[in-house]
Design a protein around this ligand. Sequence first.
Ligand SMILES: Cc1ncc(COP(=O)(O)O)c(C=O)c1O
Length: 459
Amino acid sequence: MTYQNYSLKQLQQIDAAHHLHPFTDHKELREAGSRVITHANGPFIYDSEGTELLDGMAGLWCVNIGYGREELAEAAYAQMKELPYYNSFFKCSTPTPVLLSKKLAEIAPDNVNQVFYGSSGSEANDTALRLVRHYWVLEGKPEKNRVISRKMAYHGSTIAGTSLGGMDAMHKQLNGAVPNIVHVMMPYAYELALPGESDHDFGLRAAKSVEDAILEAGADKVAAFIGEPVMGAGGVKIPPASYWPEVQRICRKYDVLLMLDEVITGYGRTGEWFAAQTFGIEPDTITTAKALTSGYQPLSALLVGDRITATLVEKGGEFNHGYTYSGHPVACAVALKNLELIEQEGLVDRVKNDTGPYFAKALQERIAGHELVGEVRSIGLMGAIEIVKDKATKERFLPSGSAAVVVRDHAIANGMMLRATGDTMILSPPLIWTRDTIDMACDRIAKALDLAQADLRKR
Ligand SMILES: Cc1ncc(COP(=O)(O)O)c(C=O)c1O
């Protein structure tokens, strides 16, 4: 690696000249220059100027095991030397995806025992969409092809991912989505509950919107419902306890498959291996990626329920779908080691019984009372802070999203990397965070809120 021979300015110039970044205004990027992250260790990332930042986002919801884990580098190195690549097409296999599939079947919900690999969450959702539609074709019901999703859902950035997702800004640029996907209301009580409506009743009402969409299309036309157990990129929206059991009941009643997107919630984030277990859901598919390798290698795993697999096997015929890197031996070796370490270090239990509850308490006690904060909420090590102009009325600063960006910028300037989405600050730290790290994060966020408040008052 020879980037050390370049100055920050040179790297920024080359970046601007040749590198088109995801989800970026390229005009703005060229004016501002990118922040170049050069190395990382444990819970910290460092930029080219040597600035240390506590990483409140685990990279991009993925580095659950923390940075600088030599065991993962060694697993990749050993596998690269032995067998860097072979495909899993045409009845071939390699050992690491075989063993990883066994491990995933062990930790997944009981009815989920098969795995289809890709390299990203978006690809895995593309596979999931093709698979559920193919399932109904095999079942002799090709007209059962609609999928119900939710507004503000994020299911990735390919054409299928964007179509399944419910982000207006993305749909506008799509200019023609995959047909037969509809979006219903999200279970976001903070903004959508009616005055006086309990969380419980709101959860049932949000679930009812799924039933309404099924009835409107006709159950014989609806293939599946897809949802993130906790909406992540849409703002860490945690549904009321009544929501998922009711959605599951509705899906069963109308024989609609239940697809979970656990690209963010998978592998320990909510205090169980999967949020399906946290919420007691028995899904037909679970999309996973990110923390499967803690981001050390690109790998996704679509976990497939027995009902779908049974039909694939019983009816036979080729499923004409797959990727060159499906079951990549190096990525799977890294995933195996990552899961082994998460298990050895008891990180999932730690989130459930120690750091998760401590994180919730710290956010409530140290952040929720701030004048700029309308609500804090968290589940496991995943949290949100709603930024408001008026706590009582929930009025927001205008233009929408502008205040959260002020908080974010102060947070970064004070050594805390966190993200703003709309008017919500979101946190999804590595699962190696301790109580001390949580305290450090709260100190830095509280300071950023104070500084932001001073700025916003001047506006
Ligand atoms: C819930 C969810 N699904 C799918 C994706 C897409 O994953 P990828 O960016 O790996 O394609 C993401 C990415 O953040 C996600 O949060």
